[in-house]
Design a protein around this ligand. Sequence first.
Ligand code: NAD
Length: 291
Amino acid sequence: MPIKKIGIVGAGQMGSGIAHVVALSGFDVAVNDLERDRFDKALSSIDKNLTRQVASGKIDEEEKKRTLARIKFAESFADFADADLVVEAATEEETVKRKIFVALCPYLKPDAIVSTNTSSISITRLAAATDRPEHFIGLHFMNPAPVMELVEMIRGIATDDVTFARTREFVDALGKTVAVSEDFPAFMVNRILLPMINEAVYTLYEGVGSVDAIDTAMRLGAHHPMGPLQLADFIGLDTCLSIMQVLYEGLADSKYRPCPLLVKYVEAGWLGRKTHRGFYDYRGDTPMPTR
Ligand code: NAD
């Protein structure tokens, strides 16, 4: 049975990016969030990003219209009753995700696949919160989802072959490339990327360099397209901290301890771009380093 209808839980940066990609590839998609307002914001950012794609000649105006028409608000999980696949893209907190799966599953078709876009949390453990561990899989889109080519696929201990094959076919239909990872904390991309970001925060914390110096060093000295602190703000500092905590606890190795300065920024509610302040202040015309 091919996948046709998609449900997405969470209309934040990732939920909206995934809705964009999925709808542009011809799938009908319903998006749920805690408040309607978040969906409206997501839809207007998708509109803006599609307009950019029209301007650069990647798609035409008709395709943009058809894409937007495929994206609907799901007021409750009851609106996912006809979904073939649900992608959970809510806040990176295990308790939040577990509660979502418990509430979601009773509304789904028995053969519907449940997936999570978690950046770091155990797929096997999340699967255990559902009524269908065999139809559960990790589907880790990168940010921004419409631009990044990769999707990591992670099987939990119980994920069956049919679920893996159906999901892979879906990812192929989106034009993305798959990298298969074992179910270990933070999988592959974030296992490598986040310790680098955390080290950049330590470099700032210890006064080795300023925000600007550290980012310039890595942009020009290592040819990274973004500096690590710029990237941290882009990912969201709450998400970065959660991933470091999962690595620290999951691998029981002190080399993964989150930098206290990262903790402090999160405690201040300075979460990066999404709250307009993080290692940079985005409230003016140009981002200004906050240290
Ligand atoms: P975000 O903070 O931008 O969005 C999270 C959304 O989830 C919010 O709109 C919030 O209202 C919603 N939400 C929270 N609880 C909910 C609930 N019970 N029901 C419905 N909606 C709920 O976060 P994000 O950056 O989009 O991250 C979402 C997921 O994607 C996380 O698991 C994260 O680890 C993962 N991820 C993030 C990135 C990144 O770069 N930010 C990249 C890949 C994967």
